[in-house]
Design a protein around this ligand. Structure first.
Ligand SMILES: O=P(O)(O)OC[C@H]1O[C@H](OP(=O)(O)OP(=O)(O)O)[C@H](O)[C@@H]1O
Ligand SMILES: O=c1cc[nH]c(=O)[nH]1
Length: 196
């Protein structure tokens, strides 16, 4: 079911379809948290690195669920933020991007199982940049990838290990993820926008 809406900053009408509600996002993150524990056979050496903007709050939410399932784990200590701005291959072509700080978890990433966390996987170029950024920070034992949405259209040989929802999309569409941490209280959903 589509609704017509005007998106802030763009006067063109868009068909906006909700594909994940806030409750759906909660369920999906709980499932991914358990998948991560299972793939790692526990939480030893586990580190979650969220990619700004929305990968970081998603990493925090996953860490809270992992800690709830494995008592004794400190969700803050296992979570970091990885800025990829200076590693992007489209720096010269895209609009200005402001770097945000990279924050390593207190134990660093050397020898760790690092799970990169992002909201949307599309061309794969952000994750390619993230792998380069990580390599400059240390040498993880394993790097895995968790994304809330995989919308296809990869341009590089990159795949996610943990996917919240596979969403077949047209290249003309946009997937927008709204999270209360970045988009305002109570704003939790994933929508597909298409030109109406
Ligand atoms: O697979 P890709 O083609 O690289 O696309 C996926 C990336 O695009 C979006 O980030 P964006 O660059 O729009 O920045 P934002 O997270 O700050 O919105 C999204 O959050 C992913 O990081
Ligand atoms: O549709 C898209 C494509 C890349 N990144 C997004 O957040 N949405």
């Amino acid at each position: 079911m589509g609704i017509e809406a005007t998106v802030a900053g763009d006067s063109a009408p868009k068909d906006v379809r909700t594909v994940l509600s806030g409750a759906d996002i909660d369920r999906v993150l709980t499932r991914i948290a358990h998948e991560i524990i299972e793939a790692n056979k526990g939480t030893t050496d586990l580190v979650l690195m969220g990619i700004p903007s929305r990968g970081f709050p998603l990493a925090q939410r996953l860490a809270e669920r992992i800690a709830a399932a494995e008592p004794g784990i400190d969700p803050v200590a296992m979570t970091g933020q990885l800025d990829v701005t200076m590693y992007r291959d489209d720096l010269r072509h895209s609009t200005t991007r402001t770097p945000v700080p990279t924050r390593l978890p207190e134990g660093g990433i050397d020898g760790k199982v690092v799970v990169l966390v992002d909201d949307v996987l599309y061309s794969g170029r952000t994750i390619r940049a993230a792998l380069d950024a990580l390599a400059d920070l240390g040498r993880p034992r394993i790097v895995r990838l968790a994304v809330l949405v995989d919308r296809g259209h990869r341009e590089l040989p990159i795949r996610a290990d943990h996917v919240g929802k596979n969403l077949p999309t047209a290249t003309s569409e946009k997937v927008r993820v709204h999270l209360s941490e970045t988009d305002g209280a109570g704003n939790n959903e994933v929508v597909i926008e298409a030109r109406a």
